[in-house]
Design a protein around this ligand. Structure first.
Ligand code: SAH
Length: 353
């Protein structure tokens, strides 16, 4: 591994930052493009592999730089639907999870942005142990590079819906998106990226000003402030009205329609009353709600739902002219479904492979 005590995360630098860095080393600036291509196009993880770069420069890079690639610790493949869940180890020994799903329109990867999560939604497993640290831009990218190489296929869609709250790691997430969409790198269209947030209002506002045509998804999960506060602590900081207003602003500024996610929980948010309240919230707005029957694994073990309940709730929403879909459940047998990702290395999961 390149110098553990090195201090520059070369994998997270944009091309123009790499150019500045190379200038500082008094090397010709075209070296920056070469290094960028090695990291993001050919996706090598060590400087020794950069064979068209002088040995002298490679040595200098090895001294000061590192590429924080992930080691694949475990790979589980669902027997039901072929969904894959990867357990990755970071260079400082933390664990994160990434999920790859196959849909008719291609392969989609769900990436993590933090080790753990600080948001503490009661239905979600990712926050049970709190947040340990943010992932760097390259650590998020590396999930895509590594899985893409493993399946030997190009990944068509990226959902930033794994462990962590992306807008709680704003700078690294935006940097990750800029690198992922760079035409000299993986060159993914921003239109094929969805960022899901629990509703951090200043982050949504800032994101709407970045000029990146991605899709924003809001984890709504309730139709009234009291219920939302009960299941999502973040709602105490940013109220329901405020967050919905910011999503409307997001649409106005970017022209990109926001998706609303709704983890359906028996008796908590799935009654007629909740459907009616959603109808009132979205009246005349042509909103799209994505219903997810709640998965087990969160802090509150009593939470449950079913596909049947989701179908019934969808019908209720249609009465109020709300367009709803039910998220296809994938990878449940490998704990790879929404809200089931964790930073803890889990022996039980190991036995499944
Ligand atoms: N922190 C971000 C992204 C991570 S979770 C967010 O909150 O949006 C991705 C989606 O899965 C979110 O909508 C989240 O609320 C949902 N989710 C979490 N736990 C779940 C569970 N047990 N069942 C169903 N969906 C869940």
């Amino acid at each position: 591994m390149d110098g553990i005590s090195a201090n520059t995360d070369a994998g997270s630098l944009t091309l123009s930052e790499l150019k500045d860095y190379i200038k500082g080393l008094e090397e010709p600036s075209y070296r920056a493009a070469q290094i960028f291509s090695w990291i993001h196009e050919r996706r090598v993880t060590s400087f020794d592999e950069m064979t068209d770069i002088s040995k002298k420069l490679r040595e200098k890079l090895k001294e000061d730089c590192f590429i924080p690639f992930l080691e694949t610790e475990e790979r589980l493949i669902s027997k039901i639907d072929g969904t894959r869940k990867y357990l990755f180890k970071t260079r400082d020994g933390e664990y994160i999870e990434t999920v790859l799903m196959r849909y008719e329109y291609g392969v989609t990867i769900c990436v993590s942005t933090q080790v753990g999560c600080a948001m503490g939604c009661v239905f979600c497993a990712s926050g049970i142990d709190g947040r340990k640290r943010n992932l760097s831009a390259y650590e998020i990218l590396s999930q895509i590079y590594t899985v893409s190489c493993d399946i030997d296929e190009r990944i068509g869609h990226v959902v930033v819906m794994g462990m962590g709250e992306p807008l709680d790691n704003y700078d690294n997430v935006v940097r990750f998106i800029r690198l992922l969409t760079d035409e000299r790198g993986y060159n993914l269209s921003a239109r094929n990226i969805t960022v899901s947030t629990c509703g951090i209002v200043p982050g949504i506002k800032k994101l709407s000003e970045e000029g990146i045509p991605l899709t924003l998804a809001l984890s709504l999960h309730a139709s009234d402030q009291a219920t939302r506060e009960k299941i999502m602590p973040v709602a105490k900081r940013y109220g329901l009205d405020e967050v919905l207003k910011e999503c409307d602003e997001y649409f106005k500024k970017t022209g990109r329609r926001v998706t609303y996610e709704y983890a359906l929980i028996d008796s908590v948010n799935d009654t007629d009353e909740h459907a009616r309240a959603l109808g009132a919230l979205f009246k005349g707005k042509d909103a799209h709600i994505n219903i997810i029957p709640v998965n087990p694994g969160g802090r509150d073990e009593n939470f449950k739902s079913s596909r049947k309940a989701a179908l019934e709730f969808k019908k209720k929403l249609e009465k109020y002219k709300i367009n709803a879909t039910i998220r296809r459940e994938t990878g449940r047998d490998i704990n790879g479904a929404c809200g089931q990702l964790r930073s803890r290395h889990n022996k039980e999961q190991q036995q499944l492979s």
